[in-house]
Write a protein that binds this ligand. Structure first.
Ligand code: SF4
Length: 446
């Protein structure tokens, strides 16, 4: 089979029935919870161990690819090689589906699964492992992967799982800097994550979300016991950037912990933000296309675009409804930072004067998100990204002068898998400035 034919035949929406689906770890909690949701629907989903195969990922790439592309390639190669070793003759590559989503636009994310396909095809024994791919173009519709009667419900359960993972992460970031004993917050988080995975797996398919929320509420309520109320509030740092790097602690060398070690409390942008952004963007795109079709009097196209607009609108409304519901329950017990809505981020762009959503990519989200943090009185902004990431470089170029004028400390943190000896010094200086900012802010509000 030629390379283009294989991209069509072995990358796409294949039924998950009777397959083991291999999920790459991005954020630990989000990957584990989405895999738990899949298991609840009878899918054998496994989250692959991450970062152990990085050398393999680098060996099969040229060095020009985005860092997350190398990491995820390494993860799948490591996993399949290990399975082959363990199972010997019984190893059947066709029994696995490797999950790798994509998005269109000017970014290279749409190319990861193509490159991974070519590499898997070039390897002895893995060419039969197909790649299950969802795309942002159709709001990650899962048509083809699951039975038609389960698709909408699974998609929504997966969304709720993602919001729960965001809440658990926010719980960790809000308790760890104030824990009574070192290590308590992380140990509690690990247990909480297991509890929530079990809850989602048991109740998700049966639509018993209220039961899941109740368990979450209890988990969040008990996290208060870790916190030492005598520790004063620390400088608040907002994190934005490329979704994989900012969520994957191994590749960002646990930057949040490093910032906490230098005296900060961090809020990272959420994972649900990206899902909401995709629905928001597709809704607006359908609206623009509908207007164009109306002007051209193309009635069939007009109907189709209106239908797309309505579907995305319904999906976004549903997502916000669930997001608000889950946050409301958690916030009764712990004052975690609430997630923002996408139109709020767009408003921060000052009618496209600073940047435009039409450009696409995460840059718009990161710029809007950083400015939204500033509006809420954060003391510093960190932009985390893979070395040479195009949207994050744009974000850096736009944000730096704005935050400089606002006198809010800002730092870029780019990673490519190597250790940068000066990064810790730069972070320490940044945290010193953030502490000064907090002092000034508190003095002004006193
Ligand atoms: S967002 Fe950055 S890292 Fe991700 S695909 Fe685009 S350029 Fe690569």
């Amino acid at each position: 089979m030629g390379q283009f034919a294989t991209l069509k035949a072995k990358v796409g929406k294949f039924s998950l029935a009777n397959k083991t689906i291999l999920v790459p770890e991005m954020g630990r909690s989000s990957s584990l919870l989405v895999a738990a949701a899949m298991r609840g629907f009878g899918v054998d989903a496994q989250v692959m161990e991450t970062y152990k195969g990085l050398q393999r990922g680098k060996q099969y790439t040229s060095g020009k690819e985005c860092f997350p592309c190398q990491i995820t390639l390494g993860d799948v190669l490591y996993h399949l090689e290990r399975e082959k070793e363990l199972l010997g003759e019984a190893f059947k590559p066709e029994n696995y589906l490797y999950f790798m989503a994509e998005s269109g636009g000017p970014c290279r994310f749409g190319m990861y699964n193509k490159l991974h396909r070519i590499i898997l095809d070039s390897m002895d024994g893995f060419s039969k492992t197909r790649i299950a791919s969802l795309t942002a173009e159709d709001s990650y519709s899962i048509g083809g992967l699951m039975k038609p009667e389960e698709r909408t419900h699974f998609r929504r359960t997966a969304y709720v799982s993602i919001v729960i993972s965001d809440i658990l992460d926010r719980m960790l970031w809000h308790t760890r800097p104030y824990e009574k004993e070192k290590g308590q917050a992380e140990a509690y988080y690990d247990k909480a994550l297991d509890t929530m995975c079990l809850a989602v797996e048991m109740h998700g398919r049966k639509k018993r979300f209220q039961k899941v929320y109740k368990i979450l509420e209890e988990v969040v309520r008990k996290s208060q016991d870790i916190v030492d109320p005598k520790i004063p509030p620390k400088p608040l740092i907002g994190m934005v950037g490329e979704i994989y790097l900012r969520s994957h602690t191994k590749s960002n060398q646990d930057l949040i912990k490093l910032l906490e070690n230098y005296g900060g409390e961090v809020v990272n942008a959420s994972i649900a933000e990206w899902v909401n952004f995709v629905s928001y963007e597709n809704m607006h795109k359908a609206k623009r296309q509908a207007i164009l079709a109306l002007r051209q009097r193309e009635l069939t196209l007009l109907r189709q675009h209106l239908r797309d607009w309505l579907n995305n609108r319904i999906e976004l409304t549903y997502q916000y409804f669930r997001m608000d519901q889950v946050y409301r329950r958690a916030k009764q017990h712990l004052d975690i930072y609430e997630d923002h809505k996408i139109d709020k981020l767009e408003k921060q762009l000052d009618n496209g004067r600073l940047f435009s959503f039409h450009v696409g990519t995460e840059a718009a989200l990161s710029i809007g998100g950083a400015l939204e943090y500033c509006r809420h009185g954060f003391d510093g902004i960190v932009n985390v990204f893979p070395f040479t990431c195009m949207p994050s470089t744009m974000c850096s170029a736009v944000l730096k002068p704005i935050l400089d004028r606002k006198q809010i400390p800002y730092i870029d943190a780019a990673y490519d898998g190597t250790y940068q000896p000066n990064l810790a010094a730069a972070i320490r200086t940044f945290m010193y400035q953030a502490a000064q900012h907090q002092e000034k802010r508190l003095a002004q509000s006193a």
